[in-house]
Design a protein around this ligand. Structure first.
Ligand code: NAP
Length: 280
């Protein structure tokens, strides 16, 4: 089974669009998302363009503030503080990566946790790891929803996560622990990654290494979620060797068309949640 992330994202966006119509009639206002884009990294520009397009499509007011790559850190921080104070703005997202002279941590911690649609603020990270409500990082949330779409109960499953980034691997582990999975987090220093993977019922690959996960790394019937987006001479590929793994896995996400569209849909969902928090 190929997991159709595009279709799942489309369904989620339809639901969100309905929610926004209801919110509009209740509050006479709609959620608003502001994205800050620094520099002109081509991938970031595409991500931001898509975020803006889908936000507008479902009725979220969306605005992109663009700065040149040599913008001073102070300018970005002051803009965030201004947006924090603006009652009409529900969510703030600073597109990563940032140029080296801008301190990513400072930027993330300046965004009010209630407006942090990426779920990267330490308060939101803490909420997730404590099992409390808060904004969940969009990519792992998207992976989680895709998994739940296949298997209602993940309880007791052995899940392996390849990659331990704050963006993907770590929040993914928290989400799966909450579902009563037994979670193994692996990384570049893990010994015998292949053997670790072969034991898993669920594999989440968030590495950034083209086609790292091979067919003989995967137990027959496992579910494989490929987060990776890698540019190669033959186009965009994931961290999983799709051709090989799709022959053994019970279900697998393609790249593109798997996790990517769900990431954006989850961002829109977070924006709506932030709006609700500021209005209820
Ligand atoms: P990252 O911050 O670079 O982290 C990569 C992780 O993979 C690190 O924990 C690293 O280990 C581990 N790793 C690297 N090489 C490895 C190897 N050979 N074996 C095992 N582990 C290895 O990357 P990220 O931001 O999490 O992104 C991962 C991938 O997801 C990238 O391709 C990115 O483009 C993609 N992505 C996709 C979406 C989407 O919407 N689909 C969103 C975000 C990111 P160490 O910690 O030991 O260095």
């Amino acid at each position: 089974m190929i997991i159709d992330g595009k279709k799942s994202a489309e369904e989620l966006r339809k639901e969100l669009k309905k929610k926004i119509i209801e919110l509009k009639s209740d509050f006479n206002a709609v959620p608003a998302l502001t994205v800050i884009l620094v520099g002109d990294d081509p991938a970031s520009k595409i991500y931001v363009k898509n975020k803006e397009k889908f936000a507008k499509e479902i009725g979220i007011n969306s605005e992109v503030i663009r700065y040149p790559s040599n913008v001073e850190e102070k300018t970005v921080l002051e803009k965030i503080i201004e947006l924090n104070k603006n009652k009409n703005i529900s969510g703030i997202l600073v597109q990563l990566p940032l140029p080296e002279h801008i301190n990513k941590r400072k930027v993330i911690e300046t965004i009010l946790p209630n407006k942090d649609v990426d779920g990267f603020h330490p308060i939101n990270v803490g909420n997730l790891s404590s099992g409390y409500k808060g904004n969940i990082p969009c990519t792992p949330h998207g992976c989680y929803l895709l998994l739940k779409g296949i298997e209602k109960s993940l309880s007791g499953k052995h899940a392996i996560i390849i990659g331990r980034s704050n963006l993907n691997g770590k929040p993914m582990a928290q989400l799966l622990l909450k579902e009563n999975c037994t979670v193994t987090i692996t990384h570049s220093k893990t010994k015998d990654l292949k053997e670790e993977c072969r034991r898993a019922d669920i594999i989440i690959a968030a590495v950034g290494r083209p086609k790292l996960v091979k067919g003989d790394w995967v137990k027959k019937g496992a579910i494989v979620i490929d987060v990776g987006i890698n540019k190669t001479d033959s186009g965009i590929v994931g961290d999983v060797d799709f051709e090989e793994v799709s022959k053994v896995a019970r279900a697998i996400t393609p790249v593109p068309g798997g996790v990517g569209p769900m990431t954006i849909a989850c961002l829109l969902q977070n924006t709506i949640e932030c709006f609700k928090k500021s209005n209820f």
